[in-house]
Ligand binder design. Structure first.
Ligand code: GTP
Ligand code: MG
Length: 452
């Protein structure tokens, strides 16, 4: 993805969906590698990015993608672990992803995290398609490895096809319950107003050619303007993760969505307090078709252009925040760029009230998503922060005005042992969950129970 600038940048595709519905497996199939088998418990631990060049897409998609029809360099896939809020993937107040694939297990249908993803897609107005995964589990299925789905359907018995259709129409029905008009992708004329459903199997590869073809078509047709950027200007990106890396200290996993970043650049990064201003020490990029979170032997590069996943090694990154903006200074004034980052952070900042609940979350994006959900539920927030639950959070909660506010809502973070002990001593209720609306439901049930 390091091209000469001008031209079209690589579209960013977020892959999201409920736990175990097959996000990583689908990407594995595309990559032709088996990241899943190398993962602890096959559960994705971190967000990663994978660049798939046009040539590879065309290899997999066969006659469905003629590379001559496209001037996009390929697709950059971001895998979001099911336990991780997709809302982290943001840029300049909007969605980081240009398009998204919502993966739904045909047997399981819509689940809590499917709904959560749909909510965020709706709010950020991100175009998406649905990958109805695991079609190979249909009773009596006759696998047709790696073929386009309609060809595979022709090889199925009427009975198998009918069983699958029933499940697919359930998914279409659930989309419609969520205000999206949807149909099988081959019947969709206008992908702007309608959601295309692509039946796939990450196991057999059936429908994967279709999935790639639809994603390429969508990007090319509807997003050409957004893709035409100057890939040599000062870079802009979003922090996916702040991570300790042996030999490099604290590093940032970043998705660069605009411009470029070089090894001699000064960057400004959103942090817990004031934005961090630091010099890039090294840019580490995984090889194409490799996964940023499993690739151990990063390649040191001099420059990276959007869109790409890159690991930035630099001094003083300890206070950087997941979900925060990263900006390259280059030939601009440092003060101006710091102001830009401040403004963007302020946009994400949660309004707090004099009385309310304490909220802790793993990233700025998830904090914002929880704050939105709490506002809708008319639950006030007294303190909202990124980070593990610490004793000072308990101290804040214990000064609450009423019992229903003597609580902490913890999303996808740890509770420090001291904090847990103190919560126990001071009778502070801890609510812990990794699905936003379940977290809020649990709290609401507690309040109802209490007020009964
Ligand atoms: P999280 O990252 O934990 O949210 O899960 P995920 O969505 O990435 O799911 P993953 O790819 O890890 O797949 C979960 C399980 O479903 C694994 O055991 C896969 O082998 C299985 N699986 C995924 N896709 C298919 C499919 O198309 N067919 C069948 N039969 N099994 C599948
Ligand atoms: Mg996964």
């Amino acid at each position: 993805t390091t091209d000469a600038g001008g031209g079209l940048r690589t579209p960013i595709v977020a892959v999201l969906g409920h736990v175990d519905h097959g996000k990583t497996s689908l990407l594995d199939k595309v990559r032709g590698s088996a990241v899943t088998s190398g993962e602890a418990g096959a559960i994705t631990q971190h967000i990663g990015a994978t660049a798939v060049p046009l040539a590879t897409i065309s290899d997999i998609a066969g006659r469905l993608v003629d590379p001559d029809d496209f001037d996009l360099p390929g697709l950059l896939f971001i895998d979001t672990p099911g336990h991780h809020s997709f809302s982290t993937l943001r840029s300049r107040g909007g969605a980081l992803a240009d398009i998204a694939v919502l993966v739904v297990d045909v047997n399981d249908g819509f689940q809590p995290q499917t709904l959560e993803a749909i909510d965020i897609l709706k709010r950020t107005q991100t175009p998406f398609i649905v990958a109805a995964n695991k079609v190979d589990t249909t009773p009596g299925w006759n696998p047709q490895p790696d073929t386009p789905i309609q060809q595979s359907l022709e090889a199925q018995s009427d009975r198998a096809e009918q069983t699958l259709n029933e499940k697919l129409y359930e998914i279409i029905g659930e989309l419609s319950d969520n205000d999206f008009s949807a149909d099988m992708y081959w019947r969709v004329q206008n992908f702007r107003g309608n959601i295309g459903v692509v039946p796939v199997s990450a196991e057999t590869g059936e429908g994967v050619p279709d999935l790639l073809a639809v994603l390429m078509g969508l990007s090319q047709r509807y997003m050409k303007e957004e893709m035409s950027i100057d890939t040599t200007g000062p870079g802009a990106g979003t922090v996916l993760e702040v991570k300790e890396e042996r030999g490099f200290g604290t590093t940032l996993d970043v998705v660069l969505y605009d411009g470029s970043i070089r090894t001699d650049d000064t960057v400004v990064v959103g942090a817990k307090n004031d934005p961090i201003v630091t010099e890039v020490r090294a840019l580490l990029q995984p090889q194409p078709l490799a996964e940023i979170r499993t690739e151990k032997r990063f390649e040191k590069v001099d420059e990276v252009s959007a869109a790409a996943g890159v690991k930035i090694a630099a001094p003083d990154l300890d206070d950087a925040l997941a979900g925060a903006p990263v900006r390259v200074v280059r030939d601009r004034s440092e003060a101006e760029v710091i102001e830009e980052v401040r403004e963007e952070l302020a946009e994400i900042e949660v309004d707090t009230a004099e009385n309310g609940v304490v909220v802790k979350a793993d990233t700025l994006g998830s904090l914002e998503a929880i704050a939105n959900a709490l506002e809708e539920a008319e639950i006030p927030i007294v303190r909202a922060e990124v980070g593990d639950v610490a004793p000072r959070d308990i101290a804040v909660a214990s000064t609450a005005d009423e019992t229903k506010h003597e609580v902490i809502l913890a999303f996808n973070v740890d509770v420090l042992p001291d904090a847990r002990r103190e919560a126990n001593d001071r009778n502070i209720r801890l609510f812990e969950d990794d699905v936003i609306y379940q977290l809020i439901n649990e709290y609401e049930e507690f309040v109802e129970e209490m007020e009964r």
